[in-house]
Design a protein around this ligand. Structure first.
Ligand SMILES: NC(=O)c1ccc[n+]([C@@H]2O[C@H](COP(=O)([O-])OP(=O)(O)OC[C@H]3O[C@@H](n4cnc5c(N)ncnc54)[C@H](OP(=O)(O)O)[C@@H]3O)[C@@H](O)[C@H]2O)c1
Length: 249
């Protein structure tokens, strides 16, 4: 029996990288999925790759109004929502002294505010016993130079699931965070660094990670789908690091 037959799942950032791999995994195991992204073109390609009747919408995750409108579209199409995966986000590399207010707000809003309000807007439609999974990062618990907003924004998600797990437990709704280590995705190529430096960053990651490789998007999707599934029925408020040991040793 498919683990997610009859379930409806929101995956923000589902048109790319980790979110897309996760959407494919949920759909392959029977779920109806709804995805967001920014690029309409990538949304169309992702919908075709996922297959079936996917709801895909371009949503600016820094706009609470846009997030609310997307959630209403999902509820109108699928009714109750079972699982919400907040995967939209990404890092920008910028030295502390060069961080300006506009970039600070953008980085924090994309990674924390967007995920926060995705959960809040979805909650009235989430079935009792449902599940929230947020995308944290090794950078939420390990220091990285020039990631002074991204890292704390992911640490904030770690804090958020502690509160949500407590507050939503009367409804049987669970909240957890999956924290990836380095995963080659389009996002890694959008760190704001020239291509030759990106290659150096990747090599340095492999050198630092105890398992001596970068992870795959499937490594992360496996953890997300596990936490969203009934196999994780007694797990809430926790962080599952999927980082080859990067931030654990
Ligand atoms: N890859 C890694 O090494 C790594 C490590 C730790 C944590 N993570 C986290 O994993 C998640 C997925 O990242 P990824 O590596 O899969 O990157 P990705 O391929 O770039 O995917 C990021 C997704 O978020 C969307 N997005 C970004 N900013 C947005 C905004 N302001 N409004 C709406 N949508 C926005 C992107 O939409 P468009 O593509 O249409 O712009 C895309 O769908 C992120 O939360 C990231 O922080 C990644």
């Amino acid at each position: 029996m498919a683990r997610f037959a009859g379930k409806s799942v929101i995956i923000t950032g589902g048109n790319s990288g980790i979110g897309l791999a996760t959407a494919k995994m949920f759909a392959a195991e029977g779920a109806q999925v709804a995805i967001t992204g920014r690029s309409q073109e990538k949304l169309s390609t992702a919908k075709a790759e996922i297959g079936g009747d996917v709801l895909g919408k371009s949503v600016d995750m820094t706009s609470v109004e846009a997030i609310g409108s997307f959630v209403e579209d999902v509820a109108a199409k699928y009714g109750k929502i079972d699982i919400v995966v907040a995967a939209a986000g990404g890092a920008v590399v910028r030295p502390f002294e060069m961080m300006d207010e506009a970039l600070f707000d953008e980085d924090l809003d994309r990674n924390f505010k967007g995920a926060y309000f995705t959960a809040q807007k979805a909650l009235p439609h989430v079935r009792d016993g449902g599940s929230f999974v947020f995308l944290g990062s090794a950078a939420g618990s390990k220091g990285f130079a020039a990631m002074t907003v991204y890292g704390p924004s992911k640490a904030a998600l770690r804090g958020l699931v502690r509160s949500l797990a407590t507050e939503l437990s009367p409804k049987g709704i669970r909240a957890n965070v999956v924290s990836p280590g380095p995963i080659p995705t389009p996002g890694m190529d959008r760190l704001g660094l020239p291509p030759e430096q990106i290659e150096g960053v990747k090599q340095e990651f492999v050198r630092q990670v105890p398992l001596a490789r970068m992870g795959t998007v499937e490594d992360i999707a496996n953890a997300i789908t596990f936490l969203a599934s009934d196999q994780a029925a007694y797990i809430t408020g926790t962080e599952l690091a999927v980082d080859g040991g990067h931030a654990q040793v």
